[in-house]
Design a protein around this ligand. Structure first.
Ligand code: SAM
Length: 388
């Protein structure tokens, strides 16, 4: 609900806005290119982008053939910073370039928008653009001179682009992040004792609060994109999800339950306070296909072409030969390091910097024990939508 100029916001609305602002300011992946950066620890997400490539290609070609634009508007939402950012862009350009070469048509102008929250490390992306443009021209010739890439800081849970300006929207591993921790949890009205996310021991009202926040956010996301995408334009969204009807099922929650275990150990040893742990909850939700389908249908602007799930191992380089070479503690180290690249800004803003190293060392050991006994996997959800 937006307050108009004539109706000042109530104190609860102001409180809620400041909760949202807090997540928007704090949530970002670790920037830069060092050992703990997202750029150095995003091969799991890259693998997922590659697995979904056929769906992405099918959607971008369908949009291009249906709308035949002279100027193709493309947005990658939650682009972060690192090799995956321009990997997605180059795959989209490759697909259109191959089609135009095949049917001997003129290449469109590319307007490519890279969106993320304002705290994202856009500078690292911008500094890599000149080399990216040079490589494009070298590989594909002068036709690719009309490729314009711009950064768009802001939340995708609101309008980001002019009306009917986009032909294709892509988003990977971003939409499971909520705009805020469910307000009932943040205000302390309900508690999620000893947990930091939905977990087996979370009370039902916690699970309901998370679902409610996801429904609100995803609906807003669809409504905003419905204004921005041309009719016939497409959207491919990939996010963490689940196949189970149970929102606290292991497939989506366990990786965070293990981080909660490490935090609980630190409470027991007096490193952090119990109330610090109890007031920390993650703004994330991994939906099931029926939950997503119901929201797309309720919003009403999009046709669903594909809605699929697939599993990926926690260890992105998981294969029999590699598993023989690397011992389990090295594999757990990789998992703990990429989870740190994702969660460190949120953890630091709540608990302070001092505990981070210790926390992720404990986490690595707990993950290692788990990976010994279970074939740990995430469930990814891919949705391909067309604007009516
Ligand atoms: C795990 S990264 C995924 C990056 C990249 N798409 C990939 O697949 O490697 C998730 C990104 O989503 C961004 N994000 C989360 N919520 C967002 C929002 N409301 N608006 C825009 N970006 C958001 C985060 O800042 C983060 O950079």
């Amino acid at each position: 609900m937006q307050a108009t100029q004539n109706s000042p916001k109530s104190s609860s609305e102001r409180e809620r806005d400041s909760d949202i602002m807090e997540v928007l300011q704090v949530l970002h992946m670790n920037g830069g290119n060092n050992q703990t950066s997202y750029a150095s620890n995003s091969s799991l997400q890259r693998k997922a982008i590659s697995i979904a490539k056929p769906i992405t290609e099918e959607a971008i070609l369908a949009s291009f053939c249906k709308t035949s634009p002279e100027s193709l508007g493309v947005a990658d939402l939650g682009c972060s910073s690192g090799p995956n950012t321009l990997f997605v862009v180059s795959k989209i350009i490759d697909t259109i370039y191959a089609k135009c070469s095949q049917i001997s048509c003129r290449l469109p102008e590319f307007r490519i928008f890279l969106n993320d929250l304002p705290g994202n490390d856009f500078n690292t992306i911008f500094t890599s653009l000149p080399a990216f443009y040079d490589k494009l021209k070298e590989e594909k010739g002068e036709g690719l001179e009309s490729c314009f890439i711009a950064g768009v800081p802001g939340s995708f849970y609101g309008r980001l682009f002019p009306s009917r300006s986009l032909h294709f929207v892509h988003s990977s591993y971003s939409l499971m992040w909520l705009s805020q921790v469910p307000p009932e949890l943040d205000s302390g009205n309900i508690t999620n004792k000893g947990n930091i996310y939905m977990a087996k021991t979370s009370p039902p009202e916690v699970l309901r609060a998370y679902l409610k926040q996801f429904q609100k956010d995803f609906f807003k996301f669809l409504r905003s994109r419905s204004e921005e995408i041309v009719p016939g334009g497409r959207m491919v969204l990939q996010l963490l999800g689940r196949t189970s009807a149970d929102p606290s099922s292991k497939e989506c929650c366990y990786i965070w339950e293990l981080l909660a275990q490490a935090l609980n150990d630190m409470v027991l040893q007096g490193v952090i306070e119990e109330n610090e742990l109890d007031s920390f909850n993650l703004p994330q939700y991994a939906p099931s296909p029926p939950e997503v389908k119901a929201l797309v249908q309720a919003e009403g602007s999009f046709i669903i072409h594909r809605l699929e799930t697939y599993a990926v191992s926690w260890d992105p380089e998981d294969n029999a030969i590699q598993n023989l070479v690397f011992d389990r503690s090295k594999r757990a180290e990789k998992v703990a390091t990429y989870m740190r690249a994702v969660a460190e800004p949120l953890v630091t803003s709540h608990f302070g910097e001092a505990i981070v190293h210790d926390l992720f060392k404990r986490y690595r050991d707990i993950v290692s024990e788990h990976m010994e006994t279970e074939d740990a996997k995430f469930t990814n959800l891919v949705i391909s939508l067309e604007k009516k």
